[in-house]
Design a protein around this ligand. Structure first.
Ligand SMILES: Cc1cc2nc3c(=O)[nH]c(=O)nc-3n(C[C@H](O)[C@H](O)[C@H](O)COP(=O)(O)O)c2cc1C
Length: 368
């Protein structure tokens, strides 16, 4: 591992777990930014359930294991990762820290964590890539303007991104009431700079009695399976789909030649009342049957959660809000620290369950 950034030592000892960052982050954010980052769709049932479902699972310790030579390394799509924890794509990181995604990529590089950069990043994808010394993947929202979408893929390839993550669970925005009540709007100086120059759709109808979406241009231009096949043909990069919650969709993605699947409900930000991701993982793992790697995100707050996801079929996990709160509270060192905390907890869980490597983590160690 690279040496930690010097200011890592200045993080107070009272921050002993990922959740301890929350009050520090909240203090440093506007009420609106907090509502955007921390909130979820509608009643936030899925947002809460993502975490609660992990907490319901119990681990079984094992006695007197031989742990010599243990490690948390893995290889995914030919890329070597130090730990099975990646940074999920999160839009507009300049909302919480002036350096935004640049601080995040610096931190990801210091701890050798994979990072997925959002289409809606607040900095140019090329600028972020120039600072990367770690596997960097590009998250793609298929835009109504398909030519622009093609150009985004080309830019990501040219900048050295090593995988394409196509988000499929947000053809329309979730109804995020917390955000609406707080009156969230992007402040001046924060925008989706990578989408500059794109042709946009006319606004949807707002007259009483009109359909909100149906019959409008947004759904007509929403991505469908045929777009996935088109994307697959555009690039030689590994293509993952993010936002799969149904085994039939997982099977279809494999049939379309997709290289990896991210089980995700967008951190509870799109369709509320969906189950937790960890609740559907085993079913999706059965459907995929080892044909492509499965990843999972949503509700990971502890190394034991990472362990549980790996035990039930994931090769790796992504975290969203935890590192964003680290970024808000302490910049790059905060992000490093969040990854280190999760990794340390994962290593302790592995040692106490008798797992030398990630391959030893299996379903027999989790009580459901
Ligand atoms: C503020 C915020 C912005 C997000 N922006 C994106 C995005 O631009 N693209 C995307 O695919 N997912 C986005 N996500 C979803 C995350 O990639 C991830 O699925 C989710 O945060 C995981 O749940 P967690 O926050 O409980 O770890 C966003 C999540 C948050 C909290």
């Amino acid at each position: 591992m690279h040496s930690p950034l010097p200011t890592l030592q200045q993080i107070p000892a009272s921050i002993a777990a990922v959740a301890d960052y929350e009050p520090f982050a909240r203090e440093r954010m506007s009420e609106q930014a907090w509502a955007y980052m921390a909130g979820g769709a509608a009643d936030e049932l899925t947002l809460r359930e993502n975490c609660a479902a992990f907490q319901r699972l119990r681990l079984r310790s094992r006695a007197l294991p031989d742990l010599s030579g243990g490690h948390t390394r893995l290889e995914l799509f030919g890329q070597r990762l130090e730990q099975p924890i990646l940074l999920a794509p999160v839009a507009y990181q300049k909302l919480v820290h002036p350096d935004g995604e640049l601080a995040t990529v610096l931190a990801a590089s210091a701890v050798r964590a994979g990072m997925v950069v959002s289409t809606q990043a607040s900095l140019a994808l090329e600028e972020i890539a120039r600072q990367a010394q770690t596997p960097l993947w590009f998250q793609l929202y298929v835009q109504p303007d398909r030519e622009f979408t093609r150009e985004l893929v080309r830019r990501a390839e040219a900048a050295g991104y090593q995988a394409l993550v196509v988000t499929v669970d947000a053809p329309v925005n979730g109804l995020r009431n917390r955000e609406q009540r707080a009156g969230f709007a992007l402040p001046a100086g924060v925008e989706a700079v990578n989408l500059r120059g794109m042709r946009t759709l006319p606004p949807t109808a707002t007259r009483i009695g009109d359909s909100v979406l149906f019959g409008g241009p947004l759904l007509a231009a929403a991505p469908a399976w045929r777009d996935l096949a088109w994307l697959r043909s555009l690039t030689r990069l590994p293509v993952l789909v993010k936002g799969v919650m149904h085994p039939e969709d997982a099977r279809r993605a494999v049939a379309e030649g997709i290289d990896g699947i991210i089980v995700s409900n967008h951190g509870g930000r799109t369709l509320d009342t969906q189950p937790a991701t960890i609740e559907v993982l085993a079913e999706i793992a059965r459907a995929v049957d080892g044909r492509v790697p499965l990843l999972l995100d949503g509700g990971i707050r502890r190394g034991t959660d990472v362990f549980k996801a790996l035990a039930l079929g994931a090769s790796a996990v992504l975290v969203g809000r935890p590192y964003v709160f680290g970024l808000a509270a302490a910049g790059a060192p905060g992000v490093c620290h969040v990854v280190q905390l999760l990794r340390a907890e994962l290593e302790v869980a592995m040692a106490l369950t008798g797992c030398r490597t990630l391959a030893d983590i299996g379903p027999g160690l989790v009580d459901r």
